[in-house]
Design a protein around this ligand. Structure first.
Ligand SMILES: [Zn+2]
Ligand SMILES: [Zn+2]
Length: 257
């Protein structure tokens, strides 16, 4: 049975034996003095020494363990707080990103259901031409309408020729009104107005009418000009003020368009 003692048991036994031997030898010299072999403190009885050993030395060792555990707990508690804090922050950032992404996709970029995509959508690709004549003067339709730093609207212009590129992933109808909305959106002023009574800041009157011609044919003013559809190779002329004598019935598109 003695062989099954653990290492600590053995050392305890050894120490007790040493204390006891010390006690015996001390008893032989000084009847009333017993020394602690750990710290050297003197005691009057073996019981006192045992109590001292238990309290002063064993407890100290236990305290170290307790302190270490407490310290560990403190660290993990702090880590947990940091972890929770970081998680919370990440969740907020994540929600903000999702929210801003949703907003920009749905309301910031899309115009009249027309998306702005990172690349040109060439499944449905046709071209129409737009002339704008204000009081007898040609108004230059800007390049890059519907083209931003990051994306292409399905309706856009590449140059100042007045050619409207209709480049869409779906074969569907697009209108003059939608083109003006994208124009307004692209240049971020929201002030590119077009309807049956006004183009830009020019308001129609009896002396300065606003009329639209498609392939040389006048569109009745009872039709909403904004709803005029853009077909392949249409020549659309928007004329404000002085009546035009030579209204184009077609436009010479470059080869391939
Ligand atoms: Zn094109
Ligand atoms: Zn294009």
């Amino acid at each position: 049975m003695h062989d099954t003692y653990s290492c600590q048991d053995r050392s305890n036994r050894k120490r007790r034996l040493y204390v006891y031997n010390n006690f015996i030898s001390n008893q032989m010299v000084k009847k009333d003095k017993i020394k602690c072999d750990i710290c050297g403190k003197s005691f009057h009885s073996r019981k006192e020494l045992e109590k001292h050993t238990e309290n002063a030395h064993n407890t100290t060792a236990n305290n170290i363990v307790v302190k270490a555990i407490k310290k560990d707990f403190k660290i993990s508690h702090r880590s947990l707080a940091i972890f929770i804090g970081a998680g919370f922050l990440a969740a907020i950032i994540g929600l903000a990103l999702i929210y801003s992404g949703t907003v920009s996709k749905v309301s910031s970029l899309t115009v009249d259901g027309i998306q702005c995509n990172p690349s040109e959508q060439l499944l449905f690709h046709v071209h129409a031409h737009l002339d704008i004549i204000i009081n007898g003067q040609y108004y230059l339709v800007p390049a890059q309408i519907g083209i931003t730093n990051t994306c292409y609207y399905w309706l856009h212009t590449h140059d100042v020729s007045g050619i409207i590129h209709i480049e869409s992933p779906v074969n569907r109808d697009f209108t003059v009104g939608q083109f003006f909305d994208i124009w307004s959106k692209t240049f971020n002023n929201g002030q590119i107005k077009f309807n049956n009574h006004q183009i830009f800041n020019y308001v129609a009157s009896s002396s300065r009418p606003l009329s639209v011609y498609v392939n040389g044919t006048k569109v009745p003013s009872t039709i909403n000009y904004r709803d005029i559809k853009l077909h392949a190779h249409d020549e659309i002329a928007i004329i404000y003020g002085n009546p035009q004598s030579n209204i184009h019935s077609n436009y010479s598109f470059p080869e391939g368009l």
